[in-house]
Design a protein around this ligand. Sequence first.
Ligand SMILES: Nc1nc2c(ncn2[C@@H]2O[C@H](COP(=O)(O)OP(=O)(O)OP(=O)(O)O)[C@@H](O)[C@H]2O)c(=O)[nH]1
Ligand SMILES: [Mg+2]
Length: 280
Amino acid sequence: MGGLLSSEESKPEPRPEPLLPNPWREVEFSDDAYMKLQEEIKNHQPHSNSKASRTNILLSGNVGSGKSSFLNSVLSELRREEFNSRVQSLQAVRPGAQTSVTQHLRCHKFIDKIKIFDTAGFELEKTVNSTIILKKIIDGEVAEGTKFDDILKSKMEGDKIHCVVLVISLHTAENMDLALIRFYEQFIGMLTETEVPCKLLVTFVDKLVENTEDLKDLYRRRDIKQKIENVAKKIRISMNNVLVVSNYFEEIRINQIKGTLLLEAVGQMLTAAKSFQERM
Ligand SMILES: Nc1nc2c(ncn2[C@@H]2O[C@H](COP(=O)(O)OP(=O)(O)OP(=O)(O)O)[C@@H](O)[C@H]2O)c(=O)[nH]1
Ligand SMILES: [Mg+2]
């Protein structure tokens, strides 16, 4: 009995994760920086050389990766005054679903010049069709509200996409199915041909920190960097195209640290979209 107790007592305290001397990305978490991001997004205009009247962003990725949650989180940030800083939910989210909860091409126009499209998550057995479906959406051949099962049968007018965002949750990325990795590679290959910019949005990063405050050190955490590098390498996307967030999932009020990461991610998407619009 005594032996057991002493071995418990001598158990070392869990050591904090090692930090890199310098962050691999500079993000400022001050009030000013947060307000600047809000303003930048609210004042966004599509590139003046392009015919686009709005900037269209498409969220894609496997089932449960946090696409709809990202949309809800960004909505909560951008309309925080209207909603009294309470987290809003426009799109249905469901924990642990095997098949996609999102079944229609859903679009949300948070502010006049930006539209974000939410799609059904990839299901492995349907990946052949997924690439064709996503290509049709990106080319502007699918109308908003169309059921995913009907997309292959129809040809309609939709909005051309200016930036594609692949959403992957960090905690499942490590055990990604080989078939899913192949699919992502193929999908990114298709995007490279169309020249539409592609960003990788890594979600669920909160699973690797003790509390929200620790997210400030996100870009100094050696272990997190390593995990993200592994995912980026697997699906062949460069690290400067990676965005990292933690969506709202249990909070009822928005939080400035999470908000800064969410808005910074949107800002990066808009910059990439604008440079594509210039070349369109
Ligand atoms: N901890 C944590 N949970 C998250 C995060 N993002 C989403 N979730 C949770 O993950 C579950 C699935 O999220 P959804 O947003 O529905 O995922 P989705 O990609 O839209 O899924 P489909 O529409 O089914 O393809 C929900 O229970 C969310 O609350 C995150 O960043 N951190
Ligand atoms: Mg969804």
